[in-house]
Ligand binder design. Sequence first.
Ligand code: PHE
Length: 445
Amino acid sequence: MENKRETFGSRLSVVMAMAGSAIGLGNIWRFPYLAGQYGGAAFILVYALSSFVLALPIFWAESIIGRRGGGNTFGALEKLAPGTRWKSLGLLTVLTPIVLLSYYSVVGGWSVDYLFKACTLSFQGDVQGLFQRFISSPWEPVIMHTVFLSATAAIVILGVKNGIEKFTKLTMPLLFVLIVAIVIFGLTLPGARAGAEYLLKPDFSKINAQTVAIAMGQAFFSLSLGVGTILTYASYVSKKENLFISGMGTALSDFLFALLAGFAVMPAVFSAGIAPHEGAGLVFDTLPYIFSRMQSWVGAVVAILFFMTVLVAALTSSISLLEVGVAYLSEEKGMSRVRATVVLGLVAWVVGILCSLSFGPLSSFKLMGLSLFDFLDNLVATWLMPVGGLLFVIFVGWKMSKDDVRDEFTSGGTCNVRLFNWVYFLMRYLAPVGIAVVFVTTLLN
Ligand code: PHE
């Protein structure tokens, strides 16, 4: 059954949807704690380089494949390289986003719960141990994961134009307003300056092979690369759109938002006299503690705004994860959109429950010494995403003909003509070699 494909309505919608996918828990939850653990400003520098030199070319590569192939990951690769093994990359990138979605929506569920807690003033009083008790409980996080995933599915069921486009257009500007308000508030706290300095003054001795590998992984995660999301979204982009601009616009807003999130979190952390390297609990454990010590109404308002930001950002990303598989099942297997969403949603739901329980009742079950949640996060973010990204960029740089790549990137010779050779160089040589070098170094370490 051939479904009529939808397209995004305007350039603004394209950038909003792509930035919506990029800006998420990766920016608000992961980035601040990684920056805190791996050296603040020095980490940010390496992260910036990874984002714009290694990750952005992959973003363009996925955009080129998606729009030229005009379909889901599998269909697009099969159309551009018929009868080859490249379609297995398409299949891989149907599976990885569902695995990612399963544990992503566990954390999404935490943000639902914390928004709820903020609204019911649960962060006033003693919050020590609250986070640990919450994530290890067998029910609460599972229910919240269910709520989060259902909201994701509801938006995806509405479709590309009525669901994804409308939702991201409405919420993305709001996200920026919210985060800027929180940054301004954070910077006015006593002692906040040290936190800002931590993010601004690089200590180059902090840069080593591990920092580089982590920063690159984070750049991939944050720009939603290597799992077919950008490819799928690009297949909904009209032939007239300028791919250079949608890529650059997304990468810049994603980077800016990560920085803002850093400035929303770090000054408050320093102001409370807490060390910046708390790790994964920074946002859900440390921040509530800080909120609890503020004047009560101030703490309540900031907590509500903050967790609302986390939740909305997480939703605009999770819908993009689900869309990859939905596009595949509806276009390749003839399933209706509703059915495809429900089937994949159920898979992510079950795997997500196991991930959620791996903080509590299933915590003794280990895979290679890691809990299921950590194992999957490691597998996806450190391996599958960079490998997927590397293969996409190799496809564009080495498998597609240069003329086709040029034609697509310049929208038939109407834009970016002078930039093309630079971008092609990045896609053909610099990005693949750079990623391979980081990989080998990580393996040797
Ligand atoms: N980029 C999203 C974030 O930063 C996560 C994501 C990865 C979304 C891959 C889609 C695909 O939270």
